[in-house]
Write a protein of this length. Structure first.
Length: 500
């Protein structure tokens, strides 16, 4: 007679139908009234061209276009005339300013050619520098410098729009039964507002694609994409930390090793040529990050603004690193002691959020790093929109504060105290989302992804795997780990299926 394990892996079962958010989420149900109300039980799901992924991709493109329209007051002149106009219209972007400021208008080669001014070399990672250079190649060198900067922004916006669509599609496909969660990414107001401030979407798209590959059990593809993402922005490498602890708990060392090697090799392949041929230019990103003082958006700035003397950069670097390490150790302890092994997306969000919260600078576009991870970690409309409201408040706050500081005696905008409240809104909103995710980890019955019986749909080889190493409470959990109030107890993974 076959064992329960054999029965689980060999029997053929019908594919479960997708989760419909208007049936399980009260905010989604209320919002759907704008387009006809919640889906009915007779709806023909998946039987037309309008599949969830295609709908989400089109919504993302539409929202991205609205974000571009929001930048048009600057496109028409505020980027070029007046110190504070681009801030009062909340339409600032680094892209047109750096076209000339980083030598692209003059045909200088990033990392190899020195720049005039205080910044000797381009202060971005190599793959982002390549992205910027490709956009410069596509920008005609004729016409006034203002016209060239406008075209350069439009070219970059077109390339970033492709990245945005990739992100939405990858998130929609990562959780097979929850494609409509990608709509949270597409409709996120902070996404549309910050998408064309800088080049972060490129790294976010590579990271989202890496998460999709891991969910499909393709560890090598995950590693290669994560290495490329790290070559575009530093934060994606943080995902290897939670993956290490999860694979430790599940005993999936081979998959983790393949992913790590793939990430290291792809990062080296991209960085080695520049490192060997232009070491000073290559290292600028890392030295700039180290030497940069306390800046906008961080709680360190609030502390500094209440002091007579600014905080020492070296001291802040040390303290921020210590806080980051302590928080990551806490996440690791939570992973090994939680009654149920946490989902990969939950830990990925927590680690990146910790990095953002402890960092000495928070640029408004950094919210893009968190949005896809937040949707995969906590696809609950109410919590997501609360967090997004806080991020929109910060987005407006930083530009109004810069308008205040650049408007001279007019003082048009938000004074220092008001800006500190905007920073506090960002910090509190992010901490709130961290708190509900930690609650979901400790009380898995509250996790909306697991409520329907799933284990870790973004976990790849971790999905349904047995624990091999646990500590504390996880070693002796109750029969149904976690208690979700009125929700019925939930079993997950292979144990649940084999008991049917």
């Amino acid at each position: 007679m076959p064992s329960a394990e054999t029965t689980y892996t060999s029997r053929q079962e019908p594919e479960p139908e997708p989760v419909r958010p208007t049936r399980e989420d009260e905010v989604a149900a209320a919002g759907s009234e704008l387009i006809g109300g919640p889906v009915g039980r007779r709806a023909l799901i998946g039987r037309s061209w309008w599949t969830p992924v295609r709908v989400i991709a089109l919504v993302m493109l539409g929202m991205f276009a609205l974000g571009m329209i929001q930048k048009f007051p600057c496109y028409d002149g505020s980027w070029f005339y007046g110190a504070s106009s681009q801030y009062t219209h909340a339409c600032y972007s680094d892209i047109p300013h750096l076209y000339q400021g980083r030598g692209f208008a003059d045909g200088l080669v990033p990392y190899f050619d020195k720049l005039p001014g205080d910044m000797e070399y381009l202060e971005y990672p190599v793959l982002t520098g390549l992205f910027m250079e490709v956009a410069a190649w596509l920008t005609p060198g004729s016409g006034s410098i203002q016209h060239q900067e406008q075209v350069y922004w439009m070219v970059n916006a077109g390339m970033l729009m492709i990245c945005a669509a990739v992100i939405a599609v990858c998130v929609a496909r990562t959780h097979r039964r929850r494609p409509w969660d990608g709509l949270l990414v597409a409709l996120a107001p902070a996404f549309a507002l910050t998408a064309t401030i800088n080049w972060d979407l490129f790294a976010v798209a590579l990271t989202a694609a890496a998460m999709l590959m891991w969910s499909r059990g393709r560890a090598l593809a995950f590693g290669v994409l994560l290495g490329l993402a790290t070559a575009a922005k530093l934060y994606p490498v943080l995902l290897l930390g939670p993956l290490f602890v999860l694979c430790w708990r599940a005993g999936k060392w081979r998959s983790f090793g393949v992913a790590t090697v793939g990430a290291a090799v792809s990062w080296v392949v991209v960085n080695a040529p520049v490192l060997l041929l232009a070491p000073d230019g290559w290292s600028k990103f890392y030295t700039f990050s180290q030497e940069r003082g306390v800046d906008f958006g961080s709680f360190w700035l609030i502390i500094s603004q209440h002091r007579d003397t600014p905080l020492d950069t070296d001291v802040v670097n040390t303290l921020a690193t210590a806080l980051m390490v302590l928080a990551c150790l806490g996440v690791g302890a939570l992973t090994l002691t939680a009654p149920r092994r946490p989902r990969f997306a939950q830990l990925a969000f927590l680690v990146v959020a910790v990095f953002i919260l402890t960092n000495k600078v928070y640029s408004p576009q950094y919210v893009l790093w968190l949005i896809p991870l937040a949707v995969l970690a906590r696809p609950k409309w109410r919590d997501f929109l609360i967090w997004q409201a806080c991020e929109v408040a910060y987005f407006l706050g930083i530009w109004l504060y810069l308008a205040y500081t650049t408007s001279g005696d007019k003082h048009q905008g938000l004074p220092t105290d008001g800006y500190q409240l905007a920073i506090a809104a960002h910090l509190v909103g992010t901490l709130y989302l961290c708190a509900v995710i930690i609650r979901d980890i400790w009380l898995p019955d509250r996790d909306v992804v697991r409520r329907a019986g799933a284990d870790d749909p973004s976990g790849g080889v971790l999905d349904g795997a047995e624990d091999r190493f646990v500590l504390g409470y996880a070693a002796h959990p109750p029969r149904h780990a976690g208690h979700g109030g009125e929700q019925p107890p939930v079993n997950w993974g292979k144990d649940a299926d084999s008991s049917l």
